[in-house]
Ligand binder design. Structure first.
Ligand SMILES: C[S@@+](CC[C@H](N)C(=O)[O-])C[C@H]1O[C@@H](n2cnc3c(N)ncnc32)[C@H](O)[C@@H]1O
Length: 240
């Protein structure tokens, strides 16, 4: 692991407080979604239940209030949530940063999972992208394969709907941590939203997917997680 890459067993609040002001280029947070149950997989588990949505929003607010001053004026944040809270997080970020700092409501569209006879199948997560300064934030549009017949075989700039397959049970990169995100998604986001050499902070790093993506793209990964199982996995992935 390079000297600068760090992953620790700390609460987001405690870890964020230890940064100097204006030192983070990109905050990517994939917090528990408040599903109301424990998330369990072969190599780890974590609690994902708050007494109410309001309590979850208060938890997030407290952590964002400490983290926002640590972002550089050219920095930005990506908050990865789903249908349960995306509407509340949008309002919270409008309040904490200002509506004019909103950049994108990204949809991560995936295929796997069940369906319901009572509603349209829920097949996407929401990633809210906000900047600190709308005139100065870093962005390098990611290129993805074009799908139209006219542009067949060419690349085009990604839209706000990101088609990245979720990890299936046989995927080589699967490490057995619950709700592990695909490296391809994090490489796309980190490459687009953090300049080369910049600092990426993931305060709920889980298995360390963001940290691995940052390391592979020559950004400096800093992460923490309350769960020692997560930290051990993330550390091993960074060293590997
Ligand atoms: C959705 S998972 C992250 C998954 C990760 N993106 C990955 O690809 O493996 C959320 C993580 O937040 C952690 N967590 C929950 N509360 C936390 C807190 N207060 N501070 C830091 N981490 C926390 C959980 O232990 C869990 O690992």
């Amino acid at each position: 692991m390079p000297e600068s890459a760090r992953v620790s067993n700390e609460d987001w609040l405690v870890r964020a407080d230890r940064f100097d002001d204006e030192t983070i280029d990109l905050l990517y947070a994939d917090p528990p979604f408040n599903t109301g149950k424990s998330q369990v997989a072969a190599s780890g588990s974590y609690q994902d239940a708050w007494p109410s949505t309001d309590a979850w929003v208060d938890w997030l607010r407290e952590r964002l209030e400490v983290t926002i001053p640590k972002l550089k004026p050219t920095g930005s944040m990506l908050i990865h949530v789903d249908w349960r809270t995306s509407h509340r997080v949008r309002v919270l970020l409008d309040e904490l940063l200002g509506e004019d700092r909103f950049v994108n409501h990204l949809i991560w569209r995936y295929g796997l999972g069940g369906s319901s006879p009572r509603r349209f199948a829920r097949k996407h997560d929401d990633i809210l992208f906000y900047s600190i300064d709308p005139d100065r934030y870093y962005f390098e549009p990611p290129m993805v394969p074009a799908t139209s017949n006219r542009m067949k075989g060419q690349m085009k700039k990604a839209t706000d709907v990101l088609d990245v397959p979720t990890l299936n049970n046989m995927a080589d990169e699967r490490v057995g941590y619950p709700t592990q995100k695909p490296l391809a998604l994090l490489e796309l986001l980190v490459g687009a939203c953090c300049p080369a050499g910049g600092v990426v902070f993931d305060p709920c790093c889980g298995s360390g997917t963001t940290l691995v993506a940052a390391q592979r793209l020559n950004r400096t990964p800093i992460g923490c997680d309350l769960n020692p199982e997560a930290v051990a996995i993330a550390r091993a992935r960074l060293q590997g």
